[in-house]
Design a protein around this ligand. Structure first.
Ligand SMILES: Nc1ncnc2c1ncn2[C@@H]1O[C@H](COP(=O)(O)OP(=O)(O)OP(=O)(O)O)[C@@H](O)[C@H]1O
Length: 281
């Protein structure tokens, strides 16, 4: 039987009170060695006891409410965070499309960032020279901006340049965190084509998204993370149904709480589902 390309066992990470958590080299490179300024509250486990494995060619969608640990899971797979419990074993190189802003240095120009981040991911200068124009064209960065510091770029420009660069990597595993939500319509179409191309090469992808259409389009499997725990690992349709059911039940419960069966009480008009416009709910 083929070895899984990603294998997580009882994976957990803790954000601790007033204690410097172990940081990976990459994390230190991105954030420096400063203490986490938010490390003041109680210790908590954003993610705990997560076990799953992915085979070559799998495209796994991760769903769940905001703040339930989806991005944290991707960071653990990418090696950007180190687990406090359990293990994650990854077979092959990882192309991470997450925290692109953190990956790019604001002071450096678009060109410098492409060379720096590309080389950090193992591309040679020759490869970068050969692909540079293609990357800039894909990202639709106006040539007059490519030598400006990235801090002057819009968030869409940064994500486009990040996607254009990372999608050039031929690594067997891709981790994608919500980047499809950022680009405009025409850019999204190009991203879809690029992802289709990557998946047709039997690569493995893990995608965090709140967009049900994207999840259904690409993923064969779905993981549902609820309050830091993996509550479902199934086909994407069943996983989305379970998530949508829970969300519906939660909205109902909230409505009932805010609006108990009291004929005197007028119905509230400001209900929302608390998902900030999420489409997967
Ligand atoms: N570096 C950190 N230090 C402290 N807490 C953190 C850190 N990173 C994430 N968290 C917290 O961990 C929890 C999980 O965050 P995570 O970003 O994984 O959620 P998510 O499911 O990806 O959310 P969203 O759907 O909003 O992107 C949240 O409560 C978040 O505030």
């Amino acid at each position: 039987m083929a070895q899984p390309v990603i294998e997580a066992e009882e994976l957990g990470v803790k954000f601790a009170v007033n204690r410097r958590r172990k940081r990976s080299l990459r994390e230190m490179f991105i954030h420096g060695t400063k203490r986490d300024p938010n490390a003041g509250g109680n210790a908590f486990w954003p993610l705990r006891g997560v076990s799953f494995s992915a085979e070559e060619g799998d495209c796994i969608g991760i769903v769940g409410k905001n703040g339930t640990g989806k991005s944290t899971l991707l960071k653990l797979i990418a090696g950007v965070l180190l687990p406090d419990e359990g293990t994650v074993r990854v077979q092959g190189k990882v192309a991470p499309l997450l925290e692109l802003r953190a990956g790019f240095s604001e002071q450096l120009t678009g060109r410098e960032n492409v060379y720096l981040v590309g080389s950090l991911h193992g591309m040679t200068n020759e490869e970068l020279d050969a692909r540079f124009q293609e990357i800039v064209d894909f990202a639709e960065i106006d040539p007059k901006f490519i030598d400006s510091p990235v801090r002057h770029y819009s968030s869409g420009m940064k994500v486009r340049l990040g996607f254009a660069l990372i999608s050039q990597l031929e690594h067997p595993i891709m981790l994608v965190d919500e980047v499809l939500a950022v680009g405009d319509k025409s850019f999204r179409r190009k991203c879809y084509d690029a992802i289709d191309r990557m998946l047709s090469n039997n690569r493995t992808m893990v995608l965090v998204s709140h967009n049900e259409n994207d999840l259904k389009r690409f993923c064969n499997r779905g993981l549902y993370i609820k309050e830091g725990e993996l509550t479902m690992d199934s086909d994407i349709e069943s996983t989305l149904s379970a998530y949508n059911e829970d969300t519906k039940a939660e909205i109902e419960a909230r409505k009932n709480r805010n609006n108990p069966a009291d004929p005197e009480q007028p119905p509230r008009s400001d209900e929302d589902d608390g998902q900030g416009g999420d489409q997967a709910a």
